[in-house]
Design a protein around this ligand. Sequence first.
Ligand SMILES: *Cc1c(COP(=O)(O)O)cnc(C)c1O
Length: 382
Amino acid sequence: MDSLLLQNLEKRKQNNLYRTRVTVDSGCAEKISVKGQQVHNFCSNDYLGLADNKTIANAFKQGIETYGVGSGASHLISGHSKAHHELEEQLAEFTGRPKALLFSSGYMANMGVIGALVGRSDLVLEDYLNHASLLDGGLLSRASFKRFKHRDTADLQQKLAQSNAPRKLVVTDGVFSMDGDLAPLKDLAAVAQQNNAWLMADDAHGFGVLGKTGAGLVEDQNLSIDEVPVLMGTLGKAFGTYGAFVAGSEALIETLVQFSRSYIYTTAPPPAVAVATMASLQLVKSEQWRRDKLNQLISRFRQGAQQIGLNIMDSNTPIQPILVGSDEKLLEINHRLIEQGFMVGAIRPPTVPEGTGRLRVTLCTNHSEQQIDALLDALDQC
Ligand SMILES: *Cc1c(COP(=O)(O)O)cnc(C)c1O
């Protein structure tokens, strides 16, 4: 076995696609400690700076006092605690949907939702740049699986019109995770409705960040439940905790409880995580300054990047990728950035299409303007 595996690994190295893990000695914050060196953290998804928030950490401790650590069983046996249930009610209210259901992670939510909604004779249509978990969920559902061109409603329309599947599910990222651009949800919803298809939006990166109260892309673009009947969000990014949820009608949520295998056949997350997430939700709603400051930092970064001629992409979200192209060059630049004390994401295929390797810079409310300027200086030099 090993000799075959090693051949594959060697090939990945030669293609500059080999992944290595950085071991971090500190918690997630705007500066992290790596091998004793303090580095500026420009690669987390902790957009609002809540991952190391003291109020949330104290709620977590309180949750442990009440519930202990493990939930002990799956949600359908005895693992569904009052804390989980209350968080679901609060998430439903926050997103303006009748019901919400907690999942252990976003990856599991996407694996479980699509398969519960469509099967063998049905059709799943996904944006080309959807997150891997949505693609995997689509493939696992056994429905006929097609992709439409990125953000292209005309292509979607054409592909939907060709199908006479009994159920058709259109699936898209809300904010595209490696590009930072937004799905045209209003238009996608209209095309889906015209073709009697359902729309699912994964708002992993919009939730907490977009919208007047942080309720994400559906709040920002004022999308009703009829337009986006299946809304998914994650809690490990802007919310700074862990887990995910799906929000929608009572019939949708009950269908997931009955048929979503990644919901049913797994241990419920620790109840204390739900307690911590409720504290996080309070801060997301009440501390608008976090979004205001984040938006100022995004503008500052984009202006600076344009001035020095970086190849930034068309994104107004905290995800600010810089296109490099060659994977070899990308790794070299990334290495030099680390030497100068800056960590950004070096994103290569198959996470992104061949030839579009990029530095994925992510911004966080807790960054200072000086940190942004220092990053721009380092990028300029590298
Ligand atoms: C991160 C992410 C997920 C997975 O969520 P986890 O809770 O980290 O498993 C799903 N969809 C998108 C678009 C993501 O960016």
